[in-house]
Design a protein around this ligand. Structure first.
Ligand SMILES: C[S@@+](CC[C@H](N)C(=O)[O-])C[C@H]1O[C@@H](n2cnc3c(N)ncnc32)[C@H](O)[C@@H]1O
Length: 285
């Protein structure tokens, strides 16, 4: 259990715990964005999970969502699989304790430190979108911790987007993405973590690691593309205070907003898409 610590940057509430690398705010607006993002991802990926666990989830297993945010995935899964038990861990307490289904529990903890569960405890671990949260060393440590708390034969499912190289990326979006990559790199965070999930999972001791890549359309191709762009734009808007540290021009809120609007037009015209990586692996028996 950790004590949340905060700092205000450009009027937004960010983490201020020196052991937490996370770059997005933790206020209501960001939590509402993350909730909407869950809806978009479920719609575009057409499922909440890909590990071959439908039957076991129906029968009843124990599941961890690592970095659960406002717990949208946990609540959704808990409703779909009432016989299974769902545990969420996050550094923020954004999840609602009042409305939580009875088969859910939450812990405020830093996944870059010892995860507060015993060895061989979970049948399934899900972790999504920690690209802005973990340093290079954190990733290796966290994956080893996740291996420790997973039962032998249990599954881990990791989801990350490739935000460095988009398909059909124009110069405006490239400027935004590469500024972010440089900013992540300068903080010791791997900007290409999506491409490294399989190798890192194997290095941590997982086996049968497989990756599936899905190209998600950005601002074209119907409703899903528009919804994904809205999330993208909202995420980048919330990240402006840290992006402006790498590009002084973006300290001007209006100039930054104009750049993002132009990126929207560019992505639509060039039919840009983001590669979404899903890595599924198992703990050896
Ligand atoms: C982009 S959100 C994704 C939330 C959720 N996984 C989802 O996909 O809906 C990333 C979450 O990771 C959490 N996080 C970042 N670094 C963390 C850390 N070191 N330990 C625990 N949680 C962390 C943040 O607080 C945030 O809620």
């Amino acid at each position: 259990m950790i004590e949340p610590q905060h700092q205000i940057l450009n009027g937004r509430n960010f983490h201020a715990n020196e052991k937490v690398a996370y770059l997005l705010p933790e206020d209501n607006d960001e939590m509402s964005r993350v909730h909407k993002q869950h809806v978009v991802l479920k719609y575009t990926l057409q499922s909440n999970f890909q590990a071959p666990l439908q039957e076991k989830l129906e029968q009843g297993i124990t599941v961890l969502d690592s970095g659960c945010g406002p717990a949208s995935w946990v609540f959704d899964m808990a409703k779909d699989f009432p016989n299974s038990k769902f545990c969420g861990i996050d550094i923020t307490s954004a999840f609602s304790q009042d409305t939580k289904p009875s088969n859910c529990e939450f812990t405020i903890a830093n996944i870059a430190e010892k995860i507060p569960y015993p060895d061989n405890h979970f049948d399934f671990i899900h972790q999504r979108l920690l690209i802005l949260g973990l340093t290079d060393a954190n990733w290796d440590f966290t994956l080893k911790e996740l291996l420790r708390v997973l039962k032998p034969g249990g599954y881990i499912e990791l989801h990350e987007p490739d935000l460095h190289e988009l398909n059909n990326m124009g110069p405006l979006l490239q400027q935004l993405q590469h500024t972010m990559s440089n900013m992540l790199q300068s903080r010791g965070m791997p900007p290409k973590i999506s491409n490294e999930l399989q190798g890192r999972a194997i290095k941590a001791g997982f086996v049968n690691a497989q990756v599936e890549i899905t190209a998600l359309k950005l601002n074209h191709g119907g409703q899903a593309g528009k919804m994904l762009w809205d999330d993208y734009q909202h995420g980048y808007t919330n990240m402006r205070p840290v992006m402006a540290m790498s590009n002084a021009e973006w300290q001007d809120e209006e100039l930054y907003a104009i750049h993002i609007d132009n990126c929207a037009k560019e992505a639509e015209a060039l039919q840009t898409s983001v590669n979404w990586y899903t890595c599924i692996a198992q703990k050896p028996l």
